[in-house]
Write a protein that binds this ligand. Structure first.
Ligand code: CYC
Length: 165
């Protein structure tokens, strides 16, 4: 598991280079957004349960067949598994947001996920759609807290969406 700093150092160490202008620019931009990343994580943390619940409700409203007989989120066990998965996406996106690096998502969330979903017929399209809803809700909450939004905040969700799609 890596963050923006360790992954940059690892890169430079591999080739025995001093930190050049490019590296310093990357570090500066990471540290410049550091406080905001931590504050955004705080906003997510204090609204996490609600964010997950709202995102799932919006997803089931958009794709109601998921919770009808024959749907993949039908039965309480599977409904709960779906909410739990949405919670995983939100929690790990927060880690990646603070780390400024997507490595934690690759290593802890995405590895083998598609195969697992395929084997259980968990539909990937609606899952991706649900992650998009989470992203929109998080952006709304963070903006409402008076913090800047944008690429730094959307990156983890976009990474999950891109890798799962
Ligand atoms: C199941 N989701 C699973 C399973 C895994 C994950 C491993 C199979 C094992 C289990 O049921 O617990 C996902 N586990 C993860 C992830 C991590 C992990 C991401 C990283 C921390 O450890 N069904 C839908 C919706 C969607 C959904 C579109 C919710 C967005 O229709 C999710 N995931 C879903 C469901 C199951 C599942 C319903 C249970 C499927 C079954 O057992 O038939």
């Amino acid at each position: 598991m890596q963050d923006a700093v360790t992954s940059l150092i690892k890169n430079y160490d591999r080739t025995g280079r001093y930190l050049d202008r490019d590296a310093l620019d990357q570090l500066k931009s990471y540290f410049a957004t550091g406080t905001v990343r931590v504050q955004a994580a705080g906003v997510i943390n204090s609204n996490a349960a609600d964010l997950v619940k709202q995102a799932a409700l919006a997803l089931f409203e958009e794709v109601p067949e998921l919770i009808r007989p024959g749907g993949n989120a039908y039965t309480t066990r599977r409904y709960a598994a779906c909410l739990r998965d949405m919670g995983y996406y939100l929690r790990y996106a927060t880690y990646a947001l603070v780390a400024g690096d997507m490595d934690v998502l690759d290593e802890r969330v995405l590895q083998g996920l598609r195969e697992t979903y395929n084997s259980l017929s968990v539909p990937v399209g609606p899952t991706v759609f649900g992650i998009g809803i989470l992203k929109a809700l998080v952006t709304q909450q963070v903006a409402a807290a008076g913090l800047p939004t944008g690429d730094y905040l959307e990156q983890p969700f976009d990474h999950l969406i891109r890798e799962l799609s």
